[in-house]
Ligand binder design. Structure first.
Ligand SMILES: O=C(O)CCC(=O)C(=O)O
Length: 321
């Protein structure tokens, strides 16, 4: 009696979990297919870059970086690129970046004044201050608001993207082939989002990125981010060590208990901070954004990789079904 009443519930839970996994994966398939059509070289990367041997083999092609930024003006005064690269190699993350106030204010003002696109859908265009009204009009939750290519209309965004310190860290970590592959700004809104929307926005589930063989991403908060603003979480050390089960699956997202059991309960770091604070991470390490519960989060990302960038993905735009 006891076991028969428990087993079906467990089965249902397992089926639901599997259904959730499939839904999360299905939502990314149109993007993966578009990537392969645009650049067939993406297929071997997609299949092999998730494995540690595949990755290590690719790291062997990294060329030593010979350039130096000594003498070039940077807005990140006092940041030691060597210390950043040491931390990236050891932990997968360096969390000691700070934008000048004027830059933070300029990007924040731009994001408040520029319409964004909800849930990556170009038909859902609205100002961040109209988020609730737009949800009412649309009849469903809006989790994210991206500015896509409009971000490059903001001179301060361009100044961050082109800052020599970022490319210096990228070249020293990824090798001389490092090149810019993403620049995006976006809002994450507090709302009750569906599993599919959370998956598209890479929220609330530990995952690793498979957009290139070797990558780093710089993230900057443009509002104060505390526990209620959907802070980013990164699992230290998970960028160079991977459970076999997580290498031999097409899924990039995995349950938190599996991650914490393997990497240790002290390995996840939750990144809260003032507007303007930033960090750089190797996104092969497990990470996630969390869904904001109280206030919208405004974030900027500048990503570097070693392969030809995709125009669409440059601004974080997936393909919707
Ligand atoms: O929104 C975030 O904090 C995470 C974004 C993310 O997971 C990603 O860019 O891969």
């Amino acid at each position: 009696m006891h076991s028969s009443s428990v087993t079906p519930a467990n089965d249902l839970e397992a089926i639901a979990r599997k259904g959730g996994k499939l839904r999360r994966m299905a939502v990314r398939i149109p993007t993966y297919m578009a990537d392969i059509r645009e650049n067939p070289a993406w297929l071997p990367m997609f299949l092999l870059a998730r494995t540690i041997p595949g990755r290590r083999a690719h790291w062997l092609t990294a060329k030593a970086s010979n350039g130096s930024i000594a003498g070039l003006p940077s807005m990140f005064d006092g940041v030691d690129a060597d210390a950043a690269v040491v931390a990236l190699k050891r932990d997968g993350i360096f969390a000691d970046l700070q934008l000048p106030d004027a830059v933070t204010e300029e990007i924040s003002a731009f994001a408040h004044e520029t319409p964004c696109f909800g849930n990556f859908d170009r038909k859902v265009e609205f100002m961040a201050s109209d988020h609730r009204a737009t949800e009412d009009w649309l009849g469903r939750p809006i989790l994210s608001g991206h500015h896509f290519e409009r971000a490059l209309d903001c001179p301060a965004v361009l100044a961050v993207q082109r800052d020599p310190l970022l490319s210096e860290i990228a070249r020293r970590y990824l090798g001389a082939q490092a090149q810019l592959i993403t620049t995006r700004t976006w809002w994450s809104f507090p709302t009750r989002a569906s599993e599919a929307d959370r998956s598209l926005a890479s929220l609330d589930k530990y995952h690793f990125d498979l957009d290139d063989w070797r990558m780093i991403k710089f993230f900057f908060y443009l509002v104060d981010v505390d526990a209620g603003t959907g802070p980013h979480v990164y699992v230290r050390g998970s960028h160079n060590k991977r459970r076999m089960k997580h290498q031999l699956t097409l899924l990039v997202g995995h349950p938190a208990d599996e991650i914490v059991d393997y990497y240790g309960k002290d390995s996840p770091i939750t990144l809260t901070g003032k507007a303007g604070s930033g960090f750089v991470e190797d996104p092969f390490g497990f990470h996630m954004g969390t869904v904001a519960t109280e206030k919208p989060r405004l974030m900027m990302e500048v990503g570097f990789g070693v392969s030809k960038p995709s125009r669409r993905r440059f601004h974080g735009e997936p393909v919707l079904r």
